[in-house]
Design a protein around this ligand. Sequence first.
Ligand SMILES: NC(=O)c1ccc[n+]([C@@H]2O[C@H](COP(=O)([O-])OP(=O)(O)OC[C@H]3O[C@@H](n4cnc5c(N)ncnc54)[C@H](O)[C@@H]3O)[C@@H](O)[C@H]2O)c1
Length: 375
Amino acid sequence: MENLVNNKTMFENIYKGKKVLVTGHTGFKGSWLCLWLKMLGADVFGISNEIYKAPNLYEAADIDSQIVSHIADIRDLNKMTSLIKNIQPDFIFHLAAQPIVKLAYEEPVDTFTTNIIGTANILEALRVLNYPCIAIMITSDKCYDNVEWVWGYRETDQLGGKDPYSASKGGAELIIKTYFHSYFKKNSSVKIASVRAGNVIGGGDWAANRIVPDCFRAWASNEKVVIRSPNATRPWQHVLEPLSGYLRTGQLLHQEKIDNGEAYNFGPPTDKNYTVIDLIKALANDWDADNKDILNVEDSNFLESGLLKLNIDKALFDMQWIPTLDFDQTAIFTSEWYKNYYQKLTDQDSLQFTTIQIEQYVRVAQSKDISWALR
Ligand SMILES: NC(=O)c1ccc[n+]([C@@H]2O[C@H](COP(=O)([O-])OP(=O)(O)OC[C@H]3O[C@@H](n4cnc5c(N)ncnc54)[C@H](O)[C@@H]3O)[C@@H](O)[C@H]2O)c1
């Protein structure tokens, strides 16, 4: 931690001493973000509707003791307004959502209210309070109308969503755009950006129906992995990749170095495609257990896109953001985390191990001269 604390220039030290609100702080990405923000010296607040059933990274890394946590539903506008009024955050990272594609098929209305109305409630609270705040609104690569083409989607491409989860994220994008043009574009102290990333992997995810948690859960209990869409291509990236993009967006918006109201994609390099099977093999390589069997089950019960790539040129051009890890490093970071958790090969607990991985990630970014990480 010493290296990072002494590094005054990461994100130009913008988060030190700032009040930062993370919605969805008890979730997978929110937990990593809370830890990174703490390492950057921020005062971190969280809003989520629950702490997931164990295991979860939030409890494994004892994040609750390091931040101010509120358990509340983002669908409750009055509650959101009063919490945000009390906290008065300098930054909001809005991650709270129902993020599981399969669950969205089973509970479409809940998914729409959480992902669309929940987003509207956060923006509405900011509109009525109207005090200086940078709001980074996290949606998804699935917000685009997926026409299964081979090119990466650009921020200006058509929004859409043929399945309920994708529609909920496309819908959230429309709400963000509306609030920007109607309320935050002129004479507002609120500045916003929407950020779109793809399939995120890394230690500490135990969500149901996601390929990485499914693998490690199965391998840890010596069972076969059940997978769907084995040949589907996804923009796999380590969880720290979009988080570095979100933090960079917040920094540059605060410094007025990028425009208010913009959207940004954060994804892996687009020169190579990796399928579900490629990922499972890479993860299995680094997992020293006896059982690496793969049970290949095609689940045709629901529609899921086969090919989805993001064009990340805008993040490079405006923010000098590029991915830090290659595919193999991404798989190793991920396997190592679960190995430490399940096989207890080191004496580091989940908090220490997660912190070390953030430091390692920053060092790789520094070795590649990536702007946000430079000394
Ligand atoms: N994980 C991925 O691969 C991925 C990919 C693209 C986009 N995203 C987006 O990133 C964000 C975070 O995803 P994640 O993987 O960490 O999900 P997660 O399921 O691990 O966490 C979701 C968080 O949202 C909270 N939440 C859910 N419904 C809520 C409600 N009604 N009120 C308050 N809080 C609520 C949960 O308590 C949890 O803290 C989501 O917006 C998701 O759509 C994730």
